[in-house]
Design a protein around this ligand. Structure first.
Ligand SMILES: Nc1ncnc2c1ncn2[C@@H]1O[C@H](COP(=O)(O)OP(=O)(O)OP(=O)(O)O)[C@@H](O)[C@H]1O
Ligand code: SF4
Ligand SMILES: [Mg+2]
Length: 326
């Protein structure tokens, strides 16, 4: 049996459209270990959110998991019914989205939302659950929690609201939290605080995190491992130090070139020329070939699968040593 907390194996997500099936996620595999932070990066449309949504069982129809498996704690969860998945969501997997208001009900006080979630997933009494809610609000850094617990989401600022969402995601101690760009909608000045809070809480509770972000700086500081996605596929996945400092996939190299260096504020950011292909127009062979400065014949004919290179998985023909001997 797998020792990984979460294992995504050969995941494929499809959308039926009038012009046929669109494959949005194609053969994506990665894992997350207990207590680990996996950063997920890649440009807009790469498939980060769809992958996260599939894990928490909130893929919106007509999108569907058409292949592969998602295994949480040794149990397959991609084929569960709505009710079973609802139990897992919350108890085993928490979710944090970009906009805190998608997770909060505007008509309920934050205390009610926290206590209801706690009571759904545990056998705490209402009094105990309320005490726990106040404790959680304290833990996520909300001032005057005894008073705030009876207030409504609109009475909180954006940053404070996202703190409530973090409390809600962690309230029954899930093993994994899927955080999809948790700070993108917030004021730049408070983004770092929220990331630091998430990181600290998850470390304190031993919670693993799948952290989707566009911010390579956040990845470098927060993640243990990084998955780089491109056009619905994994380009590279490995330990953060290796991926950030010695990127192997040419796409990752391009992405890393776009991190502003501390002390080099005037430096122009490197851009990867061109744009990611549409799902209807993914080139044959390596999906990155039209933009790749290192592309060679094989890249236009065959699609590379991931290969282990010093502990990093890389989907690039440059690393296929066997073929290099041919
Ligand atoms: N309902 C849908 N029907 C058809 N295609 C869809 C649908 N939802 C998403 N897609 C496509 O799936 C691809 C992946 O989308 P996804 O939202 O996962 O990207 P992302 O990496 O999260 O991007 P972003 O950084 O902008 O959030 C995109 O090309 C998108 O157009
Ligand atoms: S497989 Fe070829 S085109 Fe794709 S990233 Fe590697 S070198 Fe570039
Ligand atoms: Mg997204």
């Amino acid at each position: 049996m797998s020792k990984h907390l979460l294992e995504v194996k050969n995941l494929r997500i499809e959308f039926p459209t009038r012009r046929g099936l669109l494959t949005a996620i194609d053969d994506v595999s990665f894992h997350i270990d207990e207590g680990e932070v996996l950063g997920v990066v890649g440009e807009s449309g790469a498939g980060k959110s769809l992958t996260g949504a599939a894990i928490i069982g909130l893929l919106e129809p007509p999108g569907r998991v058409a292949g592969g498996e998602i295994i949480m704690n040794g149990r397959r969860i991609d084929n569960l019914g709505y009710e079973e998945m609802r139990k897992i969501r919350g108890r085993e997997i928490g979710a944090i989205f970009q906009d805190p208001l998608t997770s909060l009900n505007p008509l309920y006080t934050v205390g009610r939302q926290l206590t209801e979630t706690i009571m759904t997933h545990t056998d705490m009494t209402p009094t105990k659950a309320r005490e726990r809610a106040i404790e959680l609000l304290t833990e996520v850094g909300i001032p005057a929690p005894e008073k705030r617990v009876d207030q409504y989401p609109h009475q909180f600022s954006g940053g404070m609201r996202q703190r409530v969402v973090i409390a809600l995601a962690l309230c029954v101690n899930p093993k994994l939290v899927v955080a999809d760009e948790p700070t993108t909608a917030l004021d730049v000045s408070i983004q770092a605080q929220i990331i630091a809070l998430l990181k600290k809480l998850c470390r304190d509770h031993g919670t693993a995190v799948m952290l989707v972000t566009h911010d390579m700086g956040v990845i470098a500081e927060t993640a243990d491992r990084v998955a780089v996605m491109y056009a619905g596929r994994i380009a590279e996945v490995g330990p953060v130090r290796q991926v950030v400092k010695q990127a192997k996939h040419p796409y990752t190299e391009g992405l890393m070139g776009s991190i502003p260096m501390i002390g080099h504020t005037g430096e122009k950011l490197q851009q990867i020329e061109g744009s990611m292909p549409r799902l209807t127009n993914i080139p044959t062979g390596c999906a990155f070939n039209p933009r790749c400065p290192k592309a060679f014949d094989r890249c236009f004919k065959e699609r590379p699968n991931t290969i282990d290179v010093d502990g990093t998985e890389v989907a690039c023909w440059l690393y296929d040593k066997e073929a290099a001997h041919v």
